[in-house]
Design a protein around this ligand. Structure first.
Ligand SMILES: [Zn+2]
Length: 494
């Protein structure tokens, strides 16, 4: 479709370049727009009703060049589930769940990535690269595999394992860096033939807006009073709001009365804080070691856009505690059969708070966006199970099978840590020089990450100003127990 790149700050129109994210004149975010007046004469509810559910059915509002072929794994067209049992539990009748967990790699990001990889393939690029907290990497890996493109992902050791495994199995090259900011810096100078996938890229953003189109069509073009959306970088909420405005410009809905409600976790809530203080930019936020990485974003790259969408829509921003998020994850699964990742279930926690605080009335129609699947985050799953009646036997089972599954390298790492706590690099030197193991430094960090998830190793920080603090790996009591095989005796009781 004919489209145009424009700066949202100064309004300047830009040439279409593959990676034009920021306006060269003022640094504002670049977005895509269309000739809505012309589109209003062709947009037709009847035509759309005849097309099967799929995000590409809205291609008249997507930035595709003519004759481009689409790299698709079947993204979008996800189910809008009426949450009757959950609604009964919370005391509200009209709650709907937009179940994005059923996207090809289990998250809404597939919508944006399919547009990006489609562009990369059509324009003759040979590989893609991205910085990822988790879900984006898993998605980029899958779509580039489908397109036959190479894929490099820069990520940190904090990445949730399910997402890391997805990316590795799809053949992506994983490069571990110290912080997410470092990962972003790795994208600054791509080589010829490398396409950078970014959550701030206007083309990516056009893909994720389709969630908004689908919800409206699924509700018979009668948008809800509230959209509740988890906020990490702030893109999804901003783009659902853009989608609503576009549908009204082309005459598919009558008005944009919907309010956007953004959710963050209390441990990292720069958008919620900025909204409360009436700021235009995200507030400075501390990171209190929050575990849900996809919404723990200290400096959201689309924060300004998100705050604008919240204000324009007369919306709200709410922070909820991690405890409430985990409770909501269980409630959502138990009442509606959707096992979401905690970041996604935060919308249910927010709905509960918003009802208690009368932000949302019990007569309102509400859509919660369930952004990603639960199995991606084994550590959070374990926390959920621990608190259930099956907690004790499952924990024992996991530890027991873990003991028998520990490979040679992990046993050696535990033994070295039993002698004394160690830095990653020194640990690697001991393994390679003293024990003659052939292992790369990144793969040692991968082993350490897995040992940490299993609760056998933990990390402390040593001396110096905070920037230069070194990570020291320490054996936990559980790790000690595995080595001294105390647990083996425990099992015999059972
Ligand atoms: Zn500008």
């Amino acid at each position: 479709m004919v489209f145009r790149l424009s700066c949202i700050k100064c309004g300047k129109h830009l040439e279409e370049k593959e990676n034009s994210i920021r306006c060269p004149s003022c640094g504002g975010q670049v977005l895509i727009d269309y000739d809505y007046e012309q589109l209003s004469s062709t947009a037709s509810k009847e035509k759309l009703a005849k097309t099967p559910p799929n995000m590409w059915k809205y291609s008249f509002l997507l930035p595709l060049v003519e004759n481009s072929f689409v790299v698709s794994l079947g993204e979008g067209g996800t189910f809008l589930q009426k949450a009757e049992r959950l609604g009964e539990e919370l005391g509200i009748k009209n709650v709907y769940l937009k179940n994005e967990t059923v996207n090809p790699t289990g998250s809404f990001l597939d919508r944006g990535v399919s547009i990006e990889v489609t562009r990369a393939k059509n324009k003759g690029y040979s590989s893609v690269k991205c910085a990822s907290r988790g879900n984006l990497g898993a998605s980029a890996a899958a779509y580039s595999a489908k397109a036959g493109l190479g894929c490099t992902i820069y990520t940190t050791l904090g990445i949730e394992l399910g997402k890391l495994y997805q990316a590795i199995v799809c053949g992506a090259e994983i490069s571990f860096v110290k912080t997410y900011d470092n990962a972003i810096r790795m994208l600054e100078r791509p080589y010829k033939g490398e396409y950078v996938i970014s959550v701030t890229n206007p083309f990516f953003l056009e893909g994720i807006k389709t969630t908004g189109y689908e919800v409206c069509e699924q509700l018979g073009w009668a948008p809800p009073e509230f959209f509740i959306v988890p906020v990490g970088e702030g893109g999804h909420l901003s783009m659902i709001w853009k989608a609503l405005k576009e549908l009204s410009y082309v005459g598919l809905i009558n008005d944009t009365h919907s309010k956007m409600l953004g959710v963050q976790a209390k441990s990292c809530s720069p958008i919620v804080d900025a909204f409360a203080k009436n700021l235009d930019k995200p507030a400075k936020s501390k990171d209190f070691g929050m575990t849900f990485h996809d919404i723990a974003v200290r400096q959201p790259m689309l924060g300004e856009l998100c705050l604008k969408a919240l204000r324009e829509s007369n919306g709200y921003a709410l922070a909820v505690s991690e405890r409430r998020i985990l409770e909501a994850t269980r409630l959502l699964a138990k009442c509606e059969g959707i096992f979401a990742e905690p970041a996604a279930a935060s919308t249910i926690a927010a709905l509960k708070v918003a009802l208690e605080d009368r932000i949302i009335e019990r007569s309102d129609k509400v859509v919660c966006i369930i952004t990603g699947a639960g199995l991606k985050d084994p550590a959070a799953v374990k926390n959920l199970i621990k608190c259930s009646s099956m907690g004790a036997p499952i924990t024992l089972m996991l530890t027991s099978s873990l003991d028998s599954r520990l490979g040679k390298t992990k046993r050696l790492i535990l033994k070295i840590l039993q002698r004394r706590p160690n830095h990653g690099y020194l640990l690697w030197k001991t393994l390679t020089q003293e024990f003659g193991l052939t292992i790369t430094l990144p793969s040692l960090y991968q082993h350490l990450q897995e040992l940490m998830v299993a609760g056998l190793v933990t990390v402390t920080h040593e001396g110096g100003p905070s920037e230069r603090k070194k990570k020291v790996y320490v054996l936990t009591k559980k790790g000690e127990a595995i080595l001294s095989s105390k647990l083996n005796k425990l099992y015999q009781i059972y």
